[in-house]
Design a protein around this ligand. Structure first.
Ligand code: ADP
Length: 374
């Protein structure tokens, strides 16, 4: 019923549109031009037989002979013939208006087609340009990463060499300064490492090992390796991981990298006195692992952007926290390579954040289910 009502509305609408186009066409000179609009002549030719036929019928009914004089007499006796005489003109105008509407439609169609062709060409050009830029960016990224990595390794080596006193005795002050330099080179090394990683992910060179791994023990290893630096920062690190192993198919090194990234961020964005918790929850064949903190949190409108590459909530020059916005983009890609696992975040500014993801239990090499029951 509803559909029929809608169809009726549509028909009425299109009828009104045709009528309004027709009346608009009556105001255009093209409608009256025999030379430019073939439909006018067509209408006139259609209209000519009308007065001929009606006058002939009039003569026949009055039993008069068929000649010009009688015809003129018939027309003057019956004023209706004036209306029939006008038919070639009326038909000419009506058909002319139809011709105008049709010509305009054709013109619009042609313009639309031409527009489409131009837009298509523009799109193809923009696409090509984008591809070139993307290639350039990838090449640039890998070139920069490698060109920076080699000299940095040399600088790092020499700083450590001098700091350890292998190039001669070092004063306390010199050791302190060299310590800062060493720390900064490590920081730079980390950033370059992220850049290399990202360029490898984007060029498809990045691959992961697929083996049964106790994911709980990987997370626990990350927790214990970072415990000291959390203590140094006066941030409490709590281990709420399951006591039982949970085997998944994964790359242990890459998963370690995921935990290090998440824990590193939690430590970085949690002020002294705060707390970071690593927790696992098993629901059947699924394990959910989360890293939550009581840190600065992320504003609601930015929460989904933190996984974009180079994105930082605070990207101002005066920003308080280091980094280059690649850690979470890499983490997301690594997890995606692991059985399409998706990392999510819940956060509240001033209260803290919770990053979490799920993985599925695997069967071990003998085909038995591993995990909780082991
Ligand atoms: P980086 O930490 O090097 O800037 P990431 O990709 O790891 O890059 O993180 C991107 C951004 O997400 C960070 O700059 C920060 O603004 C936000 N962020 C990540 N983890 C947290 C967290 N635990 N608490 C608050 N903000 C976070």
């Amino acid at each position: 019923m509803k559909r029929r009502g809608r169809n009726k509305m549509l028909t009425l609408k299109s009828l009104l549109l045709v009528i309004s186009e027709f009346f608009k066409a009556l105001g255009k000179s093209h409608t009256y031009s025999i030379r430019r609009n073939g439909y006018v002549m067509f209408g006139i030719l259609w209209g000519i037989p009308v007065p001929i036929v009606t006058v002939s019928i009039g003569l026949y009914l009055s039993g008069m002979e068929y000649n010009i004089q009688n015809m003129i007499g018939e027309i003057s006796r019956n004023p209706m013939h004036i209306f029939f005489l006008l038919h070639p003109v009326i038909f000419g105008v009506v058909f002319g208006a139809m011709g105008t509407v049709r010509d305009e439609k054709e013109k619009q169609k042609l313009e639309f087609k031409e527009n489409l062709i131009t837009k298509n060409a523009e799109l193809a050009f923009a696409n090509k340009k984008l591809k070139q830029l993307d290639e350039m960016k990838d090449n640039f990224l890998s070139m920069i990463s490698h060109e920076l990595k080699t000299p940095l390794t040399v600088v790092q080596g020499y700083v450590t060499f001098v700091k350890k006193g292998k190039a001669g005795p070092v004063t306390e002050k010199q050791e302190e300064v060299l310590g800062i330099a060493e720390e900064q080179t490590h920081h730079l090394d980390h950033l370059i490492g992220d850049l290399v990683e990202l360029s490898r992910i984007e060029s498809g060179e990045f691959s992961i090992e697929q083996e049964p791994v106790d994911i709980v023990s990987v997370a626990r290893k990350a927790v214990s390796s970072l415990k000291q630096s959390f203590d140094d920062n006066e941030v409490d690190l709590e281990d709420k991981l399951s006591d039982k192993p949970f085997f998944v198919i994964a790359d242990p090194e890459r998963m370690m990298q995921v935990f290090m990234n998440l824990l590193g961020n939690a430590k970085k964005f949690t002020p002294p006195g705060g707390k970071v918790t690593v927790e696992s929850k098993v629901k059947g064949d699924i394990i959910e692992i989360s890293v939550s903190d009581t840190g600065i949190g992320i504003p609601g409108d930015k929460v989904n952007k933190v996984f974009d590459r180079f994105y930082q909530v605070d990207s101002t020059g005066k920003r308080k926290y280091g980094g280059c916005g690649l850690g979470l983009a890499i983490t997301k890609s690594i997890l995606k390579m692991h059985d399409e696992s998706v990392i999510k975040v819940e956060s509240e500014p001033g209260k803290g954040s919770r990053f979490f993801f799920e993985m599925t239990k695997c069967e071990n090499n003998n085909g038995d289910k591993k995990g909780e029951e082991l």
